[in-house]
Structure formats: C-alpha cells, structure tokens
Design a protein around this ligand. Structure first.
Ligand code: ZN
Length: 685
C-alpha cells in the first residue's frame, strides 16, 4: 500500500479545526485516523482505533496530560474531534500496576476521568494506548497482516517479515490483559516502530501523526510483499453444470435462516439478506477445503459480534432441483442453530454465565458457485455482515495461499462475542415491530402508496416502492431514505411484475408483506360503456392485484414463514356509484380475490386483508375532480371531502395506518377495514 498523506491536506485540516478551538495535534489525529479508516483493507465498520497523548484544559481550568482515544464504536473513516474521548492519562497509566481489572471498574474509572463528562466511552483498547509511551498510536486490523498472523506459525512468520522493527504479542483477548502483555513486549525493545498482535492486528506509533501513519503503511507493505511469495494455487470443487438463479434461492435461504417466535404464534424472527459475489468470493466459496477453512473462526476478534463465530455453508444449488436445495438448506440451518446452542451452553458453563443467549441464527451464508450472503435484522446490519464476510474471504484466501488459516480458540471467540463492552457497540435500541421484514408496495408513486411505504419503514420494515412511473417511485423512496428501494413495475404486465419481485428479492432476500395498491378509475354508464374500457379497468384493478398477489405468494411459500397480502379495494366494491361501474366491478372482484387468498393460503400462514377507503386526495381523486364534484353538489370542497358520518376528511396517512394495523394483527385474515369516515351504504354486513 502507499501513503496517502498529503502535507497540504493536513494543513487544511489544522486550519479548518482551529476555528473550532481544536488544537493542531488533535486535528492531525483526525486527519490520519480518517486516512486509515477510509481503507477497507485496514479497518471496517468501527474496527481499529487511534490515540493521541496531549495536554488539555479541564473544566476547572487546569491543564492536564490526557489520552485522546477513539470513542467506542466510532467509525474511523468519518470521525470528528468530538469522536475522541479525552481521559486523564495518569489515571489510566496507574492501572498497569494492578493484577486484574474488572470491565465494570474500567468503565467507571474511565468515565470518572473524562475531561468532558459528556464525551463518548473510550475504545475497548484504551489501556493498550495508555500503556505505550508514543504521542501518536495507530491500530488497524490490516488484511495483509491478518493473513500472516492467522496461522499456526504466525508468530514465526511475523518475526521473519518484520525483524527487529516490530514487537510481536502472542494472542491475548482484547482488554486489560492484552494491554499489559503489549506493554511488556514493548518494554523489552523500546526501539520498535510498532507491535504485531497475533490473530488480531497491528499497532504502529510515532512522535508525529505522519510518522505513526507511514509506519503503518510500511509494515502493511512488508506483509503484502510476503504474501506475494511462494503462493500455492487454490484447489476448487466441481460445480453442477447449471446453477439455480439467485431470485429462486434467496427466499429459501432466508426462510431457512429464520426462527419461529415461541412466545407469539405466527411471528418469526426474520432477517434481511445482502448478497455479494466477485471472483475472489467465488474462489473462496468454491475452494475444495471450504468446510475446513470457513469453519476455523473469525479473522480478527471483533468480527465475532457481527458475523458470529462461523458462517453457514450450503451445497451448490443445481438448477431445477429447488426442492432438494430447500430441504438441504433447512437441515443445514437447523444444524447450525443446534451447534450454536451447544457452543453457548458449553461456554456459558465454562465461565458461569447465566445471561440469555443471543439469537442462534447465522449472520453469513456461503454458497459455492453463487457467492455469499450477509444477514441481519436490517439491511444495514446485513450489509455490515456482508462487508466483513467479504473481507474475511480475502484474508483467508491469502492465508491459505502461503500456509493454513487458523483462528483463535472457540473459548476466546465466545468471550469476545459475549463481552459486554463489545455488545455495547451494537447499541440496545428497542426492536421495531416489523424489523427483519420486507414490504413491497405497488402504486407507491401515489399518495396512499407512499404514505403506506413510509409507515412500514417507520415500523422497521425494509420497503420496496413499485410504480409504473419510475421517477415518482424514486422520489418517494428518496423521501423515506435508508435502504428504501424504487422499482419500475407495470402491474398490467406479468413479466414486469415478476421482474420487479426478482429485483426486490435480490435486494433484500425475500418478501413478507405485499401491499397491492396500484389502481386507476375509469368511468362510463354500464349499459353503454365500451367493452374495451371495462377490460382495461379489469387489467389494472383486478388482474393487477392478482399478478402481485401471485408473485408474492410464490416467494412467501419458498420462505415458509407465512406472509401478509394487503389490498387497496374501495367502497365502490360494496356501494356502487353511478357511472363508476368500470371501476367498481373489478374492485368487487378484487374483494372476492382477498377472500380466495385468505381461504387457500391460511394453512401456510399467509394472511389476506383489504382496506376499503373512500374519497382521499390522490392520483385517483385529483384536485380538479374534487372541485368539479363539490361544485355540482353545491358544497364547498372541504364539505365535499368530509361528507361522511363523522364529517372528517380521510387522508392517505389514515389508509397507511389501517394497512399497518392489518400487517401487525397476526390473527386477522379475510378482513375488510373501512377507512371512509363512515358511509352506511358501504358498510359490510
Ligand atoms: Zn483491535
């Protein structure tokens, strides 16, 4: 790797933060921390940390020697000065004299010695930084270094590559013991430029930010050069001649990697999938020895909280053999869960832990011939797991090229996975009700569809906004933000519906909720209307719903975790209006369609419900239409819009909340909810 340090950029950083009262050395600490953090081959997602020893004035106006260390969980790529915690250095250094130190005590001592009590919690590796004397200390989990030291003979290889320039610390779990071991290694040879931590990563130090950073670059380059020598070729497995396509596989994998909620009948712990493939990933998942090297464990300890200790490995899925693959995936996932439960019980007993188990589902799934999946309760978490898995694949391939990959022992992985200071990085936010679910909304470019997609996203679902008008869907999905997906879909075209569902499945792994909302109104007196008009309306207002429901059910059955079909019907289905036959007739058929799905798929846990809304400003009921109608009836627009029993105008948001309610009621199917302010002629009997 090459140094990306540019003197001019460093000076600009100093100037930029000087205005905020940030000292030059902290500005430079921010600058090189970002340089390290922006390179995914060095650190990913909150991994790694850096520090600076400097003097700061405390709240009482006294100048103190402090350690400014990266806050726990902060991302180095985007860190700001406020992302560093300033702790009185003397208090931290005094801890080196202790024999042992409980986590709880460490956290309390840190917080008691923060210069600013509102600052973040320091990195879990704070003491390692404190016990080393250099002004600037940098720590990464560089891939090239990991490939060297994640080996049985890793310590010897590192000694040979780095010579006297680096101290080498045999594996110790991060925390107080590692900090002491690292300081002892340093004391034996204070001339070293850094430390290599077996099966963990690398530290470099310097008197300046540039020196510490460029030593990191130099050491990682030495490791990279070593990895280029004496490489042996990877032996690949043979694959079936044709593999099943991703959209047919992802729902099967997603269903296998979910769990029925024992406390709530009909509920599941579901995950979102993030799929990756590349030549390197295909090499990794297609290696003849994947069963060995993929099950060794993590490439660096802090991956354990995101990827668990091992991935689930499936067989290559032959085309045309989906039933076989489905059985295989279910058995393999169940074996993974059983193995995880054993691992938890065994290790909890070892340390006398009595706290509950995390969910036992895989976070990474490897499929030879296809690629890898990251899994998580949100798309964001799934992407993080996939990033780490992709990186681990590269580390392991390089380790295997020069030797044999080896991770830390199971007990150490467990201690890391269940270390409260590590789990704290994930945060303890309440889980929203639709977390892990995927909702597809058609007609999402319009007011009701957009409000419904937004309501489902707020409830924790990943949402896909489908509309025949792609830019309208894109605009609505941008307003929701996050991972919301805009997809072009013409529900009057079966191929377009299938393509849209494939796109959603590729993005999220499946579908749990389909809100069939797309529709449009046609008018005409029924005895005189052109048959073509009627057929056109049926295409959209009946067959459109049928195509969407059929595509959704196919995915839901592959997942095997139930699902929810929601239909926007209309009060017209029950209470026809004059000249609205072309609209009301297909809507009436759709009302029966809801019941047909409820009847035929209830045994599969798939629910079908409808909302009968009326008189809502939207694409169907344009402002011009409202104006004309109100005028014809001799009432104000406001009175026209609230012409119902409650005399209240009904909004798109009201309809969205009704759909959300139906999605959450796991024991409600074949239901029709009216959202019309009260229309007695449209009341169901
Ligand atoms: Zn580390």
């Amino acid at each position: 790797m090459h140094s990306r340090y540019v003197e001019r950029d460093a000076e600009a950083m100093i100037a930029r933060y000087a205005g905020e009262g940030v000292a030059g050395d902290l500005a430079l600490r921010v600058y090189t921390t970002r340089l390290l953090g922006q390179d995914p081959k060095l650190v990913l997602h909150g991994g790694g940390n850096t520090s600076l020893k400097t003097r700061l004035t405390d709240l009482l106006g006294e100048e103190r020697q402090v350690l400014c260390v990266k806050g726990s969980g902060f991302d180095m790529a985007t860190i700001e000065p406020s992302g560093f915690a300033a702790v009185r250095l003397a208090a931290l250094q005094a801890l080196r004299a202790r024999e042992s130190l409980a986590d709880r005590d460490l956290v309390r001592i840190e917080r008691a010695n923060l210069i600013d009590p509102t600052g973040p919690n320091p990195s879990v590796e704070v003491l390692l930084h404190a016990f080393l004397p250099a002004k600037f200390v940098d720590h990464t989990h560089a891939n090239a270094v990991l490939s060297l030291v994640d080996q049985a003979g890793g310590v010897a290889t590192a000694a040979e590559v780095f010579g006297e320039r680096m101290g080498i610390v045999p594996y110790v779990r991060p925390g107080f013991e590692l900090a002491k071991a690292a300081a002892e290694t340093f004391d034996k040879n204070p001339d070293v430029e850094g430390l290599v931590l077996e099966k963990h990563g690398i530290f470099t130090f310097g008197a300046t930010a540039r020196e510490a950073y460029e030593r990191m670059v130099a050491m990682v380059s030495l490791a990279e050069a070593r990895l280029q020598r004496g490489r042996k070729a990877l032996v690949k497995v043979s694959l079936p001649p044709t593999l099943a396509p991703l959209p047919s596989l992802a729902p099967i994998i997603r269903g296998a990697c979910s769990l029925a909620d024992e406390d709530h009948e009909g509920a599941f712990l579901r995950q979102i999938l993030d799929f990756r493939t590349s030549p390197a990933i295909l090499d990794f998942v297609g290696g003849a020895e994947i069963a060995r090297y993929s099950q060794e464990g993590v490439v660096t300890p802090d991956y354990a909280i995101r990827t668990k200790t091992w991935p689930l490995v499936l067989d290559a899925p032959a085309a045309g053999d989906l039933a076989v693959f489905r059985d295989h995936a279910r058995i393999a996932a169940a074996a993974f869960v059983a193995r995880y439960c054993d691992y938890f019980a065994r290790n909890s007993a070892r340390i006398g832990r009595d706290k509950p188990m995390l969910d036992p589902l895989p976070r990474v799934v490897l499929v030879p011939g296809l690629g890898l999946f990251g899994l998580g309760r949100s798309k964001r978490d799934a992407c993080i797991a996939a990033d780490l898995a992709e990186n681990a694949a590269e580390v392991i391939l390089d380790a295997e090229a020069i030797g044999r990959f080896q991770s830390i022992p199971e007990a150490d992985m467990f201690d890391m996975e269940y270390w409260p200071l590590e789990q704290a990085k994930l945060g303890a936010a309440a889980v929203p009700p639709l977390a892990g679910q995927v909702a597809v909304v058609t007609g999402a470019g319009g007011a009701i569809g957009a409000a419904t997609a937004a309501a489902f996203a707020r409830a924790g679902a990943e949402v896909a906004l489908l509309d025949v008008n792609e830019s309208a869907a894109a605009e609505r999905s941008a307003a929701i933000g996050g991972a919301a997906l805009a997809v072009k879909c013409d529900v009057t075209d079966a191929a377009s519906v299938q393509a849209a569902f494939d796109q959603v499945v590729e993005a999220f792994g499946g579908v749990d909720i389909a809100v069939s909302n797309a529709g449009a109104a046609w008018q005409g007196r029924i005895g005189e209307v052109d048959e073509a008009v009627l057929r056109q309306s049926f295409e959209l207002n009946f067959y459109g719903h049928q195509r969407v429901a059929q595509a959704a059910v196919k995915v839901m059955l592959a997942q095997g975790t139930g699902g929810c079909l929601l239909f926007n019907v209309s009060k017209q289905a029950v209470n026809p209006g004059p000249d609205f036959g072309p609209y009301g007739l297909p809507k009436a058929a759709t009302l029966l369609l809801v019941r047909q799905y409820a009847l035929e798929y209830g045994a599969d846990g798939i629910r079908a419900n409808a909302v009968n809304a009326d008189r809502i400003r939207s694409g169907l009921l344009t402002d011009d239409f409202v104006k004309t109608r109100a005028k014809a009836r001799g009432v104000s627009e406001k009175d026209y819009m609230s012409g119902n029993l409650l005399a209240r105008e009904v909004t798109a948001e009201d309809v969205a909340q009704a759909f959300l309610h139906q999605a959450l009621q796991l024991k409600t199917t074949a239901d029709v909810t009216t959202v019309d302010g009260g229309n007695i002629a449209a009341a169901l009997r």
